[in-house]
Ligand binder design. Structure first.
Ligand code: SF4
Ligand code: SF4
Length: 525
């Protein structure tokens, strides 16, 4: 049956028409074979606009769509829901990120942005016409357990949020600390391995000498930061240095600190680690204000690389400055460091005056924290990516800030990068609630755009088995490669590396990619 394509052009809150000729894009779309309808909307993620898209698709009886908008991850969930209402298979919806790939890179050259947008549109229409509908399969979850890794601020909040939604939680906590939290708490235990897939995980837990398997449907990673691992060469010398959150507690309980107080934004007294994190700044300001109000005669220095006091925090910045807190911005090329010969003095190059300052301190406070070293084992076991700083990488910052790229695995708090207590608590609540919603579905979905082996071509060389980061391919009973569809994330690595060209990714076949590339490369941009 001939494809009938609906082309949706999103004006992204009027940003697009300022640089692109939307009318021309519409004309091009309408003149292409297979295009049955062209719609322009102000925001493709807006509920009312989506109703219009559905009505238009039904009216023109389209069976697939090309959407020119922004990042797929940002608009995909609501759009897909709408297209399902119009009876369109989700694998027949092509989302083209024209905003970030044509418009933004060529802001200064609108003609070029237009030509690139036109080529992307033609290529997407061509590709769309070649796609086949794909289906997903479902499987029942074997358990509805949510496992929370870490019993800190965010972990506790996650367990409480999941519990409120009626879901059983198990907290794995490395230390022996006891806490009041719902569900089961396993102290002195850690994750050392994992099998299974989203919705049906089997975690290997080590508790002392004992190893046990624990089934769960969803996981919340709440490992927090790595304060306890702070072991710089000067760690001994600055033995009394405190992480910000501990210092804050000290300030709150009224114990007067030994002045002067220096709050610095790197976690390394030797000046080797230049790790600066944004959320530490709100807490630095709050702490400095609190301290100055209680002990106005104590000198307080806040040493920072870049002050990121967002929104209303700007007022806190001003209040702290008015109270007499001294802010010193340092030059990135010279990280502040404690003098090994005199560990009561921190040397910092003042950015404003290009002057090397030596500040004597009574109390040194670190406002940033290193990543938790356990993240590596957890990321390896669960096969999820990490950030360059050693944190757990989240999914989409705008739409899914507490997810990871793998469904059913959530992350919160300083497991990603250092957060304030308030942010860690909120994220813990969000991750716990999302994990609970995930397990309450009771079923997992898999399949769709996954790898498929043509066994006649397979020479059982094991390359795909060794390459796949998710351990999806295996050599089956016929001595040929097979794919465990539940594990396949559709990344395409095995497709590119198979020496016998025996693997294809559904809806990303060689023919589809070649044809799309041919149209794109024919564009003049
Ligand atoms: S890489 Fe290709 S040839 Fe080798 S086992 Fe996998 S499918 Fe077979
Ligand atoms: S497409 Fe990616 S996830 Fe799927 S089997 Fe191949 S390498 Fe593994």
């Amino acid at each position: 049956m001939k494809a009938k394509i609906q082309v949706v052009i999103c004006e992204c809150c009027t940003e697009m028409p300022q640089l692109l000729d939307i009318e021309k894009l519409r004309e091009i779309a309408s003149s292409e074979e297979y295009v049955a309808s062209t719609v322009t909307v102000d925001r493709a993620c807006d509920g009312k606009e989506l109703q219009g898209i559905v009505a238009d698709a039904l009216e023109h009886e389209t069976d697939r769509a090309v959407v020119l908008a922004c990042h797929k991850k940002d608009i995909s969930p609501s759009l897909m829901k709408a297209f399902r209402r119009a009876g369109i298979n989700e694998f027949l919806v092509e989302i083209v990120n024209i905003r970030e790939e044509a418009l933004l890179p060529h802001r200064e050259e609108p003609d070029r942005a237009q030509r690139k947008g036109e080529a992307m549109l033609r290529a997407a229409i061509r590709r769309s016409s070649m796609l086949s509908p794909l289906e997903k399969s479902t499987e029942t979850m074997r358990t509805s357990n949510v496992v929370v890794i870490g019993a800190g601020v965010s972990g506790k909040a996650a367990a409480e949020a999941a519990h409120k939604k009626g879901v059983h939680t198990v907290i794995i906590e490395k230390s022996g600390k006891t806490l009041k939290a719902p569900g089961v708490i396993l102290p002195n235990s850690k994750l050392v391995g994992a099998k299974g897939y989203s919705g049906n995980f089997i975690l290997r837990i080590q508790a002392g000498e004992k190893l046990e398997d624990l089934e769960c449907a969803a996981i919340v990673i709440a490992t927090g930061g790595g304060w306890t691992q702070l072991k710089g060469p000067l760690a001994k010398a600055v033995r009394d240095a405190l992480p910000l959150y501990r210092f804050y507690e000290q300030v709150k309980t009224g114990t007067p600190p030994k002045g002067p107080v220096v709050i610095v934004d790197t976690p390394d007294p030797s000046g080797k680690t230049l790790k600066v994190q944004d959320y530490a700044w709100d807490d630095s300001l709050e702490t400095a204000i609190e301290l100055k109000k209680k002990h106005p005669l104590t000198d307080i220095y806040v040493v920072f690389q870049e002050m990121r006091a967002f929104g209303l925090s700007e007022l806190a910045y001003k209040e702290a400055a008015d109270l007499g807190v001294i802010f010193i911005r340092y030059d990135k090329s010279t990280a502040p460091k404690v003098d090994p010969k005199d560990p009561t003095r921190i040397a910092v190059k003042d950015f404003a005056h290009a002057e090397l300052l030596g500040i004597r301190f009574g109390t040194l406070v670190f406002a940033s924290i290193p990543a938790n070293p356990d993240n590596q084992t957890i990321a390896d076991a669960l096969r999820i990516p990490m950030t360059a700083d050693g944190g757990i990488r989240r999914g989409s910052i705008q739409r899914w800030p507490v997810t990871t790229p793998r469904p059913g695995i959530f992350v919160c708090g300083s497991a990603m990068f250092p957060k304030s207590r308030a942010a860690a608590t909120l994220e813990g609540e969000a991750a716990g609630a999302m994990a609970a919603d995930y397990v309450k579905k009771g079923k997992i979905e898999y399949g769709g755009s996954v790898a498929q082996v043509t066994q006649e071509k397979c020479s059982a060389c094991l390359t795909c088995v060794r390459t796949c980061p998710y351990e999806a391919p295996f050599i089956g009973t016929a001595s040929k490669a097979e794919i465990r569809v539940q594990l396949c994330q559709g990344c395409g690595m095995c497709v590119g590396i198979c020496p016998s060209k025996a693997i294809e990714l559904l809806n990303y076949t060689d023919d589809e990619i070649t044809e799309e590339s041919r149209v794109l490369l024919g564009g003049d941009f």
